[in-house]
Ligand binder design. Structure first.
Ligand code: MTE
Ligand code: MO
Length: 362
């Protein structure tokens, strides 16, 4: 089936896990499966159908029972990798192959892309080159690990595209459009997620749009307020007192940067690399720091009030590609107790110990 199944047969915790884990991903315990993005389909009384439309010889609309019974059942065991840095091994998805459905619908020769559209309030979609969708052996899935898909995980029917970040796997599949030109999906078009999304190449985000000259000026002035600077490279730079309110700094690199007193209020620092940075007294109020890496950073006096900490890393976990050691936190670090719920067990445990001892929890 998918080559991800056959590559290796590692255990989830042994050395093999490292070879099997794409760069900068962390393995979740078996029972944890976060809900990412939308958590429910569009409210709609119409019976659920899946359509194949666009450049096909035979447009089709099938109810779910028909779709499921019409093609051979497959149940590949796959690894899934979310762009917010968690992975899960050995997920067993049962369903039918996209290839089998498309073989019947008959894509016209002009077809180059396939767009998967969700039955969702925002018309959520994602797209792939048709050749990739077939090569990767995308699955139209009805169950996960032996149970019907829970609604928040895309039930009753979702796509599962092996070998791509999980945002290429649409929940609540409603329509499959075959296209001559690509149509960017929700995350790719609205938030700058990489359109290829290969986790092994770490294709998380598209590059920054700002010219190098303007960027240099902004950094010299230590003012990035309101800027959109996807994948900014600012390792080791002295940015003491940086003004970055509302800045879009997804995937930014600030490793060992000097950011003491920086103001990241309401900024988006998701997946930012802040290892070893001096963030003493930095303000992250209302910021989105999901998936950000704070290992080895100085966070004394840092204020995370109202920040979204989902998937953040503060201390090394087994299997981490690079060791940075624990972040430095103390009673002056402001983290609210409820924010710990959004962290992995290991990370929450690390912070909890510190917060209990320092009484910083509030
Ligand atoms: N309809 C829909 N599908 C979606 C999303 C979404 O917001 N809406 N989010 C994507 C992202 S970013 C991920 S990581 C996975 C999450 O699936 P899960 O919630 O079952 O873990 O669904 C993908 N499919
Ligand atoms: Mo994701």
């Amino acid at each position: 089936m998918s080559d991800t199944v056959d590559q290796t047969t590692p255990t989830a915790t042994g050395d093999g896990a490292r070879a099997r884990l794409p760069p900068n991903q962390a393995l979740l315990p078996e029972r944890r499966w976060p809900v990412v993005g939308e958590s429910a389909p569009r409210p709609d009384d119409a019976p659920w159908t899946v359509s194949v439309a666009g450049l096909v010889a035979t447009p089709m609309t099938l109810d779910l029972e028909t779709l499921r019974g019409r093609y051979p059942a497959v149940a590949p065991v796959l690894d899934i990798h979310c762009v917010t840095r968690w992975s899960k091994f050995d997920m067993r998805f049962e369903g039918v192959r996209l290839a089998d459905l498309l073989a019947e619908a008959g894509p016209l020769p002009a077809t180059r892309f396939v767009s998967f559209v969700a039955r969702s309030a925002r018309g959520h979609s994602t797209s792939l080159p048709l050749a990739d969708a077939l090569d990767l052996d995308a699955i139209i899935a009805f169950t996960a690990n032996g149970a019907p898909l829970a609604q928040e995980h895309g039930g009753p029917v979702r796509m599962v595209v092996p070998g791509r970040y999980f945002y290429k796997s649409v929940k609540w599949l409603e329509r499959i459009d075959l296209l001559a030109e690509d149509r960017l999906g929700y995350w790719e078009g609205e938030t700058g997620y990489h359109n290829r999304a290969d986790p092994w190449a770490e294709e998380r985000y598209i590059a920054s749009g700002l010219s190098p000259v303007k960027l240099k000026k902004a950094l010299q002035a230590r003012d990035l307020s309101g800027q959109d600077l996807l994948s900014l490279e600012a390792d080791t730079i002295d940015l003491t007192g940086l003004a970055a309110r509302g800045a879009l700094l997804r995937n930014a690199r600030f490793r060992q940067a000097r950011l003491s007193g920086a103001d990241f209020t309401n900024a988006n620092l998701s997946n930012a690399h802040l290892q070893g940075a001096d963030l003493s007294g930095a303000v992250f109020r209302g910021a989105d720091v999901e998936g950000a890496d704070f290992r080895g950073a100085d966070l004394r006096g840092a204020d995370f009030t109202g920040a979204s900490l989902f998937g953040c890393t503060f201390t090394d976990e087994p299997g981490a590609a690079e060791a940075w050691g624990p972040a430095v936190l103390d009673a002056t670090t402001v983290v609210e107790a409820h924010q710990l719920e959004r962290l992995s067990e290991a990370q929450a445990g690390f912070l909890e110990t510190l917060l209990v001892h320092t009484g910083a929890s509030q």
